[in-house]
Design a protein around this ligand. Structure first.
Ligand code: UDP
Ligand code: MG
Length: 333
């Protein structure tokens, strides 16, 4: 059957038989990476608790402290002491969002897994709707943003361009305007966890594993408190990871540029020879400088692109663990 990217399409309708709907999941894991989120955590806990109370399954809520420098870990400890549904993990230092998330996912035991951001930009109130999509037979239900509130124009423009570029240069269908906010079924999660690459673009990897997937469209609210941990510079790094792990189109730039520059050179030589017969001679300095600088620039750029790939091969080859855990508290499931 085709993969489904249309939210209106329902697999239950496809079978025309409600009995084929899956049972409500027995266990649910919620994973939340947190980095310097002391301001938003109390609010996050109270809003998530309301939703958690309404879920009719056994729950584990895994909060990963990605080496925060503020009181995040103390607050996580307080939460875990008061509320037995929580498991809290402290990484040995800041490993970055995608690796902190991977650590949380590695720890899950639930039948379905939900990924949230700590800043309430992924409304926990949408979880029941995601679960009912899973019951219809989808393995992955990803949040897709129809609008984004409270983000800088630069970041929105960057995100817009990024999702359109990557869909042009990769063969995998990575849905546009999504984040890591999603529900993943156990089967898809096990497949995802079997990919142990270092430079992770998790939303792309989730597309790569396949299985029936569908979007859940929502308006992305502003951060509830605190500041973004993804300034444009970090977003750019994630974009590099995304492009290099899903496409080698940038490496082809070298061939295209090579062909282009050689074409120009032939044209130039033809013109110079023709002008020679008319008795016109150039003094060479300016044109020589121009061509040396241009060729030098092109070569350095191509080397840089190759460097991006070689560096990643190097880090992957080192085979270091993706993250290191300092402490774990709580055992909800
Ligand atoms: N985050 C993390 N490690 C980092 C950066 C961010 O665990 O190095 C977490 C952060 O606490 C939040 C999520 O990743 O829960 C998304 O970050 P943020 O909301 O700042 O990104 P934005 O929504 O602005 O893109
Ligand atoms: Mg956010």
């Amino acid at each position: 059957m085709d993969y489904v990217y249309n939210q209106k399409y329902s697999r239950a309708n496809f079978y025309e038989n409600e009995i084929l709907m899956r049972q409500y999941p027995g266990t649910i894991s919620i994973v939340v990476p947190c980095y310097n989120e002391e301001e938003v955590l109390p609010l996050f806990h109270s809003r998530l608790s309301v939703v958690a109370d309404s879920l009719k399954a056994k729950l584990e809520i895994i909060l990963v402290d990605d080496g925060s420098k503020d009181r995040t870990w103390e607050i996580l400890n307080e939460i875990a002491q008061k509320d037995k549904r929580f498991k809290v993990i402290k990484l040995s230092r800041n490993f970055g969002h995608q690796l902190a998330l991977t650590c949380g996912l590695d720890q899950t035991k639930g039948e379905v897994i939900i990924i949230l951001d700590a800043d309430l930009q992924d409304p926990p109130e949408l979880i029941p709707e995601m679960i009912s999509k899973w019951q219809e037979g989808f393995e992955v239900v990803y949040g897709q943003r129809s609008k984004r509130h409270g983000e800088s124009i630069l970041k929105k423009l960057f995100a817009f361009m990024f999702y359109r570029t990557i869909s042009r240069i990769t063969k995998i269908h990575i849905p546009q305007d999504t984040g890591d906010f999603r529900l993943i079924g156990r089967k898809a999660l096990n497949s995802l966890l079997s990919l142990r690459e270092r430079h992770r673009f998790i939303r792309g990897m989730v597309s790569w594993v396949g299985y029936p997937q569908c979007p859940l469209v929502y308006e992305r609210p502003e951060r509830a408190a605190g500041e973004t941990k993804y300034p444009v510079r970090k977003s750019l790094l994630l974009a590099f990871d995304a492009i290099t792990s899903f496409s080698y189109a940038p490496l082809r730039i070298a061939s295209y540029l090579g062909a282009f520059v050689s074409g120009l050179a032939f044209l130039y030589i033809a013109v110079v020879i023709a002008l020679f017969f008319y008795g016109i001679n150039f003094s060479g300095y300016t044109s020589m400088m121009a061509s040396i600088l241009m060729l030098g620039g092109v070569q350095l750029m191509v080397l840089g692109i190759m460097g991006e790939y070689v560096g990643r091969i190097f880090e992957q080859g080192q085979g270091r663990p993706l993250y290191l855990v300092d402490e774990i508290k709580g055992e909800p499931l």
